[in-house]
Design a protein around this ligand. Sequence first.
Ligand SMILES: C[S@@+](CC[C@H](N)C(=O)[O-])C[C@H]1O[C@@H](n2cnc3c(N)ncnc32)[C@H](O)[C@@H]1O
Length: 328
Amino acid sequence: MADRLTREYRHTPVMLDEVLSTLQPQAGEIVCDCTLGGAGHSVELAQRVGSQGLLIGIDQDEMARTAAAERLNREAPGVECHILAGNFAQLDELLVEDEIAGVDCFLFDLGVSSPQLDIPERGFSYKYEAPLDMRMNPGKQTLTAAEVINTYNEADLTRILRSYGDEKHAKRIAHEICRARAQAPIETTTRLAELVVAAIPAADRRHGHHPARKSFQALRIEVNAELEVLREGLTAALRWLEPGGRICVISYHSLEDKVVKSLFGEHSRGCICPPDLPVCVCGRVPTLELITKRPLLSTEQELEYNPRARSAKLRAARKLAANTNGFK
Ligand SMILES: C[S@@+](CC[C@H](N)C(=O)[O-])C[C@H]1O[C@@H](n2cnc3c(N)ncnc32)[C@H](O)[C@@H]1O
């Protein structure tokens, strides 16, 4: 069964070389992959920390954890691996429960994995007929995409489509959704995709990706509160990071990247007093050093075999020694 899952769980790790070169995992270190997925990155990280190290892998998706456990067992034998079920927003609880004292490397490879997108029943994709679900952790979450679509008011739907999907036709789509649901609830992915397509002017439908792509992304971000959990997870990770420890985040959406950039920026900045003050009164000291001043992007070579890496942006930072009092 597990072996069948692994075969089905095909996800090519994004920017693997860049992850390894920024995190530089060393033998004996403790590495925490907060988005384990199919263990594409984790297998490589585990092999580098070796039998003296520890790989902690967190995922809220049971199928991912099962496939990852099997793969780590096979490809990183002899390395201690703790596979933890949960949302990385609960990093504190998860690491306390696992009796961890500190972490040398953190990885966050955000969003959904290829299998999550490709399994129709998960309801993430406009390509297959399925109930409108989109929960990453169906056992723990109650809000579904169907509930958002059928109960949010038109203004809220417009806001979500515009801000999380960067959808320029957000208002028209929200209006079409509200018009259609007044007749019958919108229950499936394909019905929603039809409505989105109908709302977008023909000229704008002809080029680029599927017209419903941005709306589906926006809904997924809302259902899983992705921006809020990212802020919570990263803030906690910065506290658990050992001095000299490294953190690497791959994001796929400008709003996610904004969260990472602003958090890293905040922690790598020292004094924030107005320049005309003769002495520092804020007392802030930098606690992070940026490893990537600008985000790294996938190479053309990688994009040839992994088109899902197209929107990836990688940022990494190192925790500075001694000064830990700058954290909130
Ligand atoms: C892009 S995939 C990671 C793929 C992995 N790096 C690999 O190469 O196989 C993202 C994974 O993170 C999980 N995930 C997303 N948000 C999460 C969260 N807030 N807490 C825990 N897991 C999360 C998803 O279930 C998915 O399996």
